[in-house]
Design a protein around this ligand. Structure first.
Ligand code: LLP
Length: 423
């Protein structure tokens, strides 16, 4: 059971009434369940069982310090893709030796900082990057532990914008060139080859592409070992999906996922790194928002919310489906609404022709499963400040990020001297 449930017609997060929170805090705001994050983490960790595995949470899904600190307390490592994420992970107490650094465009500054921090592994995505890391290592007299990210050319049944494991995607090095690249890496000074890495995409609810990937990885590791490379880490990336739409999304069994790791990868005696983001955070968060207006046209009823695409971008970016529900069930009957934000774009739409309980102006709604890739992808478009983030544990709640102010935004801009009024 998740941590968002109706009790006497009112939606609760854990033991806290969301309606009570809306009396205290201005909407819109993100709201997270401490318990749900822990449950999701433990479910995966327990499924991995006695495998020699380390969860490295993908910080990009939600990088709030409170969330990273909570995950660190359960033993999580981190998968980071920028100096900013690396600094966030370190300052939340995640040990450097549990941090992997992914991404196709690591800069000199980022590589240098990561080398000096002593991270566990760079997941290297191209030959020029490999060469660049080697040069920096020589300069700094340091060694980089690396894995090569292989592009396995395996299609994950997901949105094209979040599929990463096909040959035409920008990620990784063609699997057919694996031996060649490792031979090149082995010769480079400052580089210690320790592993192999893949990440085939995100929101994957069918385990078939994972199985194909693990099979491919196992074959490659055997070949690499034969060729004399000391491979002792297999990073299988993230990608496990969640059920956004209970009527459509396939359900997979986490234990089955773990069994596939056991079957294909455990015999290789390597440490397994898993980089989940969405599957830990998505179901732990909702976006709490108010219906500012209900606008009726000859063909539609629009619910106009105080949250917009700048606060939560997934529906406008990926046509993503998210359940939307009222925090008070006070009506009988359903009707169809288009649920939109205030931003001046037609794409600022959270749901089209959505059947839901009849609601009134001034009612509050939650947009569900927004804990991952929600706040982390928000922007100040239309000069709308970044919104508050709140975490609940039982009956307690705490603001884990204060809302940005409009002045914060304006004051970041600077005038060139020729526009400054002298008098
Ligand atoms: N590892 C790497 C190298 C990644 O690129 C990603 C996600 C992950 C791990 C975590 O994947 P997850 O377990 O969360 O599926 N903004 C999009 C998702 C982009 C995912 C990017 N990479 C969305 O809202 O659907």
């Amino acid at each position: 059971m998740d941590q968002f449930n109706y009790n006497n017609g009112t939606l609760f997060i854990e033991k806290t009434s969301i309606e009570d929170l809306t009396q205290e805090l201005a909407t819109p705001f993100y709201l997270y369940s401490n318990e749900e994050i822990c449950n999701n983490y433990h479910k995966l960790n327990n499924a991995l069982g006695n495998l020699n595995a380390q969860i490295c949470y993908a910080v990009k899904a939600n990088s709030n310090q409170a969330i990273l600190t909570l995950l660190a307390s359960m033993g999580s490592g981190a998968d980071v893709v920028s100096e900013g994420e690396l600094k966030r992970a370190l300052s939340a107490g995640i040990a450097a030796n549990k941090i992997v650094f992914s991404g196709v465009g690591k800069t000199s500054q980022e590589i240098t900082f990561a080398l000096k921090s002593g991270i566990f592994q760079f997941n290297v995505e191209s030959e020029p990057e490999l060469k660049h890391i080697s040069e920096l290592c020589v300069l700094l007299n340091l060694t980089a532990n690396i894995a090569i990210r292989i592009n396995p050319d395996i299609a994950a049944d997901t949105h094209e914008k979040i599929s990463t494991g096909k040959a035409e995607n920008k990620f990784g090095i063609e699997h057919t060139r694996t031996l060649e690249i490792y031979a090149y890496a082995a010769k480079l000074p400052g580089i210690k080859v320790q592993g192999i890495d893949v990440h085939i995409g995100s929101q994957i609810n069918d385990l078939t592409p994972f199985e194909a990937t693990f099979k491919r990885l196992a074959e490659l590791v055997i070949k690499l070992k034969k060729a004399g490379h000391d491979i002792n880490v297999i990073d299988i990336g993230g990608g496990l999906g969640v059920t956004y739409n209970p009527e459509q999304d396939k359900k997979y069994d986490l234990q089955h996922y773990a069994n596939l790791i056991h079957q294909y990868l455990a015999p290789l005696n390597c440490k397994i790194i898993v980089e989940p983001g969405r599957s830990i955070l998505a179901s732990a968060g909702v976006l709490v928002t108010k219906i500012n207006y209900i606008k009726t046209t000859p063909t539609k009823q629009f619910l106009i919310l105080d949250a917009g695409m700048n606060d939560f971008a997934r529906p406008s970016l990926y046509d993503a489906y998210h359940q939307i529900m009222p925090i008070k069930q006070h009506s009988t009957g359903e009707t169809s609404y288009d649920i939109v934000g205030p931003v001046c774009e037609t794409g600022d739409t959270f749901a089209k022709s959505r059947n839901m309980p009849i609601v009134a102006q001034g009612d509050y709604l939650v947009i569900k499963d927004t804990g991952a890739y929600g706040a982390a992808m928000s922007s100040t478009y239309n000069t709308r400040p970044l919104i508050r983030e709140v975490m609940v544990k039982g009956l307690q709640y705490s603001t884990i990020r204060a809302p940005q102010t409009i002045d914060d935004i304006i004051n970041q801009d600077k005038l060139p001297e020729w526009l400054i009024d002298e008098d």
